[in-house]
Design a protein around this ligand. Structure first.
Ligand SMILES: [Zn+2]
Length: 212
């Protein structure tokens, strides 16, 4: 995927929609009921990372479903998921669906792999302060949720040219919730209380950003 075309498209769309001065700053709540788009990574024929008896697609779906349930039980918010079952979704489907729905924010949930340990989050490179603020609130709340269960390394708030961050027309963040191929991390991902705490962290971060 080439970043320049995506960034240019994003800029043109934002300009066309007059979003340069969109009132996303903290303060009064959004005029309408906020629309939260949750994107459980992978699914169907794409399991994502697989290790230690775990599949990324199953963990991300569990986290997203619980995040939705906590959000809807606690706040007046609309929530849509890119998938609610184990089905295949292309990357284009995910961002097209969120854009067509008119999501207020986009939150993609993943599990890391490659032999590290801990939690990290991503935003698109060069985004404005609104997306940085979304990332900061989701990141800190997820981390504190995880740390209510166990010690978890903070790998930091990062940026990367990822499809779902580049092609979504709203503030977007992607979380990488521990490493499936690191035994100590996988043992946490096998715990129901850890999954729930991670979902609660996502919900609290989203609510804090929305000011609800
Ligand atoms: Zn993934």
């Amino acid at each position: 995927m080439i970043g320049n075309s995506g960034a240019r498209r994003r800029t043109l769309l934002a300009a066309a929609a007059g979003l340069a001065v969109a009132p996303f700053a903290a303060g009064p709540a959004f005029a309408a009921v906020p629309k939260v788009y949750l994107d459980p990574g992978h699914g169907g024929t794409d399991p994502g990372a697989v290790a230690n008896g775990l599949q990324e697609k199953t963990l991300t779906l569990n986290m997203a479903l619980q995040t939705r349930d906590i959000l809807k039980a606690s706040w007046n918010v609309d929530v849509r998921l890119s998938r609610t079952t184990d089905v295949t979704r292309s990357l284009a489907y995910r961002t097209d669906d969120a854009n067509a729905w008119g999501a207020t924010i986009f939150v993609s949930i993943h599990i890391n792999a490659g032999g590290g340990s801990g939690f990290e989050s991503y935003r698109y490179p060069g985004v404005g302060s609104t997306t940085v603020r979304l990332q900061n609130l989701v990141h800190t709340n997820v981390l504190s949720g995880m740390r209510s269960i166990a010690s978890v390394t903070d790998r930091g708030q990062k940026s990367a040219d990822l499809h779902v961050l580049r092609e979504s027309n709203m503030p977007a963040v992607l979380t990488e919730n521990l490493f499936i191929d690191t035994v100590a991390n996988a043992n946490l991902l096998k715990r129901a209380d850890f999954i729930t705490a991670t979902a609660r962290g996502h919900a609290r971060g989203i609510a804090a950003f929305l000011g609800i």
